[in-house]
Design a protein around this ligand. Sequence first.
Ligand code: SF4
Length: 442
Amino acid sequence: MAELKYDKTGRLIFTKEMKSEYTILIPMMAPIHFNIIKNVFIHYGYKCVLLDTDGPEIAQTGLKYVHNDTCYPALLVIGQFIHALQSGKYDVNKTALMITQTGGGCRASNYIHLLRKALKKAGLEQVPVISLNLSGLEKNEGFSITLPMIRRIVAGLVYGDVLMLLDNQVKPYEVNKGDSAALVQKWTDILTKQFAKGDGYRRKEISKNLDEISCDFSKVKINKVPKIKVGVVGEIYVKYARLGNNDLEKFLYDMGCEVCLPGIMGFALFKVDNRLEDIKLYGGSKIKYSVVKMLMDYLEEMEGYMVESTAKYGFLPPSRYKHTKELVKDVIGYGSKMGEGWLLTAEMLELAETGYENIVCTQPFGCLPNHINGKGMIRKIKSINEKANIVAIDYDPGAPRVNQENRIKLMLAVAKEELEKSTGKKAAGPVLKAKPKEKAKV
Ligand code: SF4
């Protein structure tokens, strides 16, 4: 059995021996993306399991081991990890955890320390934690991120974004229920096989795959009736994770809406671009600037493939990052970059511009940046685009789901009225009636 090894600071290291013996648990966020990206780690010899557990006990476990004023995404991720370790399903002496460290000024850089503290409290301090970061933060001899690995992860994000976008544009109108979901599964399987063989991440392969994916979705039989179009924005975890937003996407779909979630590539471009902006605003190394610029150019090239393939087959393509950035010029400063920063405001403007003017802005408890760039910018956005119909929803362990859904239904009632006025037709979807309010759990 692999020996436990610590660095000078007393941090438990993920060693080379552990790589072959240990199972790495990864928390779920965006299911389509993560089911593809996990194959990158498997290709490099890591044994990975994506945690897809659900239910109130996850937040309850989180509340037991971290302080209740912690950011809600951290509370859920830590709760999910400890819940899994205590489930008896994994050998706690042969299991490691993987968590992202953004490296920015926001608290997401420090979730890892909270996690270790929680593990200690739960009597699980023998479980090593791997930091997934691109900022040269914590290092482990048994885990490293290489350039080819980054290219494969980027490819995974590109495929995930396109599959999510197409699924969201096709599913609400499909004649035969399940056609769109079947295509998502078909392509997840194809890409899994390609990644296992070390393929699917080169420029030509990406462009070819994306074309074929868009072509497949364009063949699904649809009935394009008027539907309420809803955009979802917010802190990255609560925006995408079912566990974080009480399955918001499904709720909106069941309400008869077409949903649009801006992709993760936009967030990746934003994070890389911030490094360039930092050097422009505060100065810094020219070499670092050139290296980061190369990555930025690569990501923009990938974005180009996504736009081309989806537009070619008649879908609404994702917006170009450059355009999204331009939308917030003179609205909010580019220095506002903690958390989702100005991108959150920009995505709302972009959604309103592309016909998804009904917006749910998801906000986790404890998240200051999102309250500033999200809720705090609603009035300004409405003054720029009067069609914008935005509701900010708070997510925390005590917020009753029924109250969150009632507030969304009020927003949808306004949207339905507007849609019927503009099309002169009855909009699809159920009658929007609010359920009785529930008291917040403390
Ligand atoms: S973005 Fe918000 S939720 Fe995420 S770490 Fe920062 S404060 Fe916490």
